[in-house]
Ligand binder design. Structure first.
Ligand SMILES: [Zn+2]
Length: 407
């Protein structure tokens, strides 16, 4: 299994690189125009159409190939959006940027960006980047794939082959507004992320208190507080994803995600909810935590199982033990059992989020390649009378274990 990661650092730009960044952007936009005119999006066709047109640009030819491929990516994204019925403008690349998977060199602690004619622009790597790259350097399959240069930062993408861990069991992941719950029928860890919701709440109250009716200033402030909010929340999510992946590796659990693409649709304009409620529900990124867990899992060789919407059906409503539909008696009648559901057959209360991960882990089991034969057996064997052990963790108090490249 090939796992890919990237590391980003800032650098001091130089007029030569600025020229390259601008030229690259112009080339990408040129290719996009060509693609739009000819209704082409596939890389092969786009290359045929536009490679010769790019002769006019004075830049090494491998950058031209990368520009075409970048344009192809943008065009196929646009095509996907149109397919899904999203109203799409003609795309163009705004930021000056330089991407290449060819020609660069790493000499000691210096990353060399090719400028053509055996000339290079040198970027000294900082401490963190050095650690990441040299920390993996002794792995035979380690490779630097490409770099992306912007006006102030360079991002280096690297990969290695990771053997997949043979897992015998699964752990479900449930993403909620106030917590992230991970586990199976014997143990469940619940990460409290109400802090993320609070950060989002604060940002909203700050930004909504701006009274000046100047859209330029408003836009600037929104972007400033938006970035700050994103950084703070992502930091929290990084702690969770790191812990989840670490535990999965320790227990040899494959991780099971449910399909929650419908969730954003539930909280869109026009669904009878107030603006504030919608804002709360969209306060943190359900897909960001998934993205983080996925790439960190890949790096450690942990399999990920994605349930379809069909597979996901009923995970939050059916009793994992007897399969009967659970009853929601309402928080009003049963204040002690807020967010819990009652099973009449088993005669007990169960936490909503815990049920969801138990069901998910069970539904993921048959998809485990190695234990296909005895999945049914495992399902029955696993769900005994005992309720799972529930560990509650305050995500904001988790330690982020450095930026250890091997984790
Ligand atoms: Zn039951």
């Amino acid at each position: 299994m090939k796992a890919i990661k990237s590391v980003r650092q800032s650098y001091v730009p130089d007029p030569r690189t600025f020229d390259f960044l601008e030229t690259f952007r112009d080339m990408v936009n040129h290719c996009i125009r060509t693609g739009l005119q000819n209704n082409a999006w596939a890389l092969k066709r786009l290359s045929k159409l536009s490679y010769r047109e790019l002769i006019q640009y004075d830049i090494p030819s491998y950058y031209k190939l990368c520009a075409i491929s970048k344009a192809a990516g943008i065009l196929s994204n646009r095509r996907q959006s149109i397919k899904r019925g999203i109203n799409t403008k003609n795309p163009h690349l705004k930021k000056p940027i330089l991407i290449s998977c060819y020609g660069f060199k790493l000499e000691g602690d210096v990353f060399k960006i090719p400028l053509g004619g055996r000339k290079y622009f040198d970027i000294p790597l900082n401490h963190h980047t050095r650690e990441v790259i040299h920390g993996n350097g002794n792995d035979a399959t380690f490779k630097i794939n490409s770099f992306v240069l912007t006006a102030g930062a360079i991002s280096i993408s690297y990969s290695k082959d990771v053997p997949e861990i043979q897992c015998n069991s699964t752990a479900g992941i449930d993403r909620n507004l106030r917590n992230v719950t991970v586990g199976d029928c014997s143990q469940v860890v619940q990460y409290d992320i109400s802090k993320a919701a609070r950060i989002a709440e604060n940002t909203r109250s700050i930004t909504s208190s701006f009274k000046r009716d100047d859209h330029r200033i408003r836009k600037q402030l929104y972007s400033k507080y938006g970035t700050r909010r994103k950084n703070r929340i992502n930091q929290l999510l990084h702690k969770i994803s790191q812990d989840v992946v670490y535990n999965a590796a320790q227990n040899k659990h494959a991780l099971v995600f449910e399909d929650i693409r419908h969730i954003r649709k539930m909280y869109q304009k026009g669904n009878w909810q107030g603006k504030k409620h919608r804002g709360t529900m969209n306060g943190w990124s359900f897909s960001e935590i998934k993205r983080q867990i996925e790439y960190k899992s890949k790096w450690r060789g942990i399999p990920i199982i994605q349930l379809s919407r069909q597979d996901t059906r009923g995970t939050s409503r059916l009793c994992p033990r007897c399969g009967k539909r659970l009853q929601d008696k309402g928080a009003w009648n049963t204040p002690d059992h807020n967010r819990e559901l009652w099973c009449d057959t088993c005669q007990r209360w169960q936490d909503r989020d815990v049920i969801a991960v138990m069901n998910q882990s069970l539904r993921g089991l048959p998809r485990l390649g190695s234990s296909k034969g005895d999945a049914g057996e495992a399902m029955r064997g696993n769900v005994d009378n005992a309720l799972p052990l529930i560990l509650r963790v305050d995500a904001s108090k988790l330690q982020l274990i450095g930026h250890n490249p091997s984790t």
